[in-house]
Design a protein around this ligand. Structure first.
Ligand code: GLC
Length: 459
């Protein structure tokens, strides 16, 4: 940890950060015992990311050549000398990273995170610490440099995924039982991270992965994070090096936490390229997952698994472009939203909020309700009804067209009426409702209002 008077010894960037507020420290601190300065530093470093909400994850490496996902080396027991041959045959096309970055931009994603080294151990950059790298092998290029340049050219923030677990390095497994091997391997690991955070300018995110087989103490994880913050004082780090870091990382699920969190997920079933996996999520599903993350105050990191030449599977492109078109119209209902819009879910809608504005995201358009023929409640025609809105609605409009939406409201529900019979937007229609205070949707609120159950038919 930096002590008082340590700033003279800091790198210039770190000294600048200290002027702007406290420099982050690698030392693990229980959030309950964080100093106000530590909290302020974290809030400052996370500010752009909380606003951004949506990022692109990229799983790409030698495994992409086989096309059986990124765990192929271990799950199929491929002998290392066989696997190493892939490195000579890895020949990505020029400009692949530019394609990803342009796609991310079109998709409305604000940051990108690339697997600089996955569990297979192959380094996509020009490292001096092993020849098992993209510069010395097939590509003959620094693929991390290309990625960084491409992201910056599109104005996107840059993130590095880095797997601590390493199936290729001779000490990668031995380090658990052999202290000399541990020391060598930890020095190698810290050295690789140091290169990544020294040679590519400002890096916004360090996304550690799998800390097997060592404990955080054995990884010297506090020292690792301290080095990271000394090199990149504004960076944010995740929680997968055995320490809590700045944010948590639920995987294949959306799980809100009492701290910054980011749910990472795939567009089909796997992370790395899997040739015959056609289980693609629909644009509705992706928009909805992104909305749930925003609703609960988190981020969404959505993966692409490029082919060995770097091109993105057509279905990913199609879906991401569709999501991007939707965000072009509805972005204000996602980016920079506050979280906490609702404590309950609708059956066809979700909610986000910003200040006093409630966004109702209708993903299954109602209307054509059979009951509309005889229940006055569902007239006229299409009604979007939200139970338990804790705020008074002042005005409402469709984000897609800007058209005003009529509504009535009482203690039980906000009832938006006069809506078209078919969904005005695709895959999700957003209705923007201005309220008199920060709105919260909580269906449970109306449960005690028993009078609404008063029966008309005598029992
Ligand atoms: C897991 C997997 C890995 C994937 C990662 C993404 O840790 O081991 O293959 O990169 O999750 O979150």
């Amino acid at each position: 940890m930096l002590g008082i008077g340590a700033s003279a010894a800091l790198a210039p960037a770190a000294a600048m950060a200290q002027e702007a507020g406290a420099a982050p420290t690698g030392k693990q601190t229980d959030p309950a015992h964080e100093t106000p300065e530590q909290r302020a530093s974290r809030a400052r470093r996370l500010a752009w990311w909380r606003e951004a909400k949506f990022g692109m994850f990229i799983h790409w490496g030698l495994y992409s050549i086989i096309g059986h996902q990124e765990w192929v080396l271990e799950s199929e027991g491929v002998p290392i000398p066989q696997y190493e041959i892939l490195a000579r045959h890895f020949k990505p096309k020029p400009g692949a990273a530019r394609e990803w970055a342009r796609l991310a931009k079109r998709a409305g994603q604000k940051y990108m995170v690339l697997t600089t080294k996955h569990h297979e151990g192959f380094c996509l950059w020009d490292t001096k610490l092993t020849d098992y790298n993209a510069m010395k092998q097939g590509p003959g290029r620094d693929l991390v440099r290309e990625f960084v340049d491409a992201a910056r050219a599109e104005g996107l923030r840059v993130g590095f995924y880095y797997s601590l677990m390493d199936w290729h390095h001779p000490d990668g497994a031995k380090c658990e039982t052999d202290e000399e091997a541990r020391k060598r391997f930890v020095a190698y690991t810290h050295g690789l991270i140091r290169e990544l955070l020294t040679n590519y300018g400002k890096i916004d995110i360090l996304w550690y992965d799998v800390d097997k087989p060592l404990t955080s103490a054995q990884w010297e994880a506090e020292k690792m994070n301290q080095m990271v913050f000394d090199l990149q004082p504004e960076i944010i780090v995740n929680n997968r090096n055995g320490l809590a870091g700045d944010f948590s990382t639920p995987e294949h699920k959306i799980e809100a936490a009492q701290r910054a969190w980011e749910s990472c997920d795939t567009m089909n079933l796997g992370w790395g390229y899997q040739k015959n996996d056609t289980e693609w999520k629909s644009p509705t599903r992706i928009v909805n997952d992104l909305t749930i993350c925003a609703q609960q105050g988190g981020n969404y990191l959505l993966n692409i698994g490029p082919k060995p030449d770097g091109s993105v599977p057509e279905e990913s492109v199609r879906v991401l472009e569709r999501v991007g078109q939707w965000l072009d119209v509805n972005g204000k209902a996602i980016y920079g939203t506050d979280g906490g819009a609702s404590v309950s879910f609708g059956n066809y809608d979700n909610f986000t909020r910003k200040g006093n504005t409630l966004y109702i995201h209708v993903y299954f358009w109602p209307g054509g309700t059979p009951a509309a023929e005889w229940l006055t409640y569902y007239q006229p025609g299409t009604v979007v009804s939200v139970g338990g809105v804790k705020a008074k609605a002042l005005s409402a409009r469709l984000l897609k067209t800007g058209e005003p939406v009529q509504f009535t409201q009482d203690d039980i529900h906000l009832c938006l009426t006069g809506l078209p019979a078919t969904a005005p937007d695709d895959p999700v229609t957003v209705i923007e409702v201005e309220c008199d205070r920060p709105p919260v949707v909580d269906h449970h609120l109306i449960r005690p209002m028993w009078q609404r159950y008063k029966v008309g038919i005598s029992s």
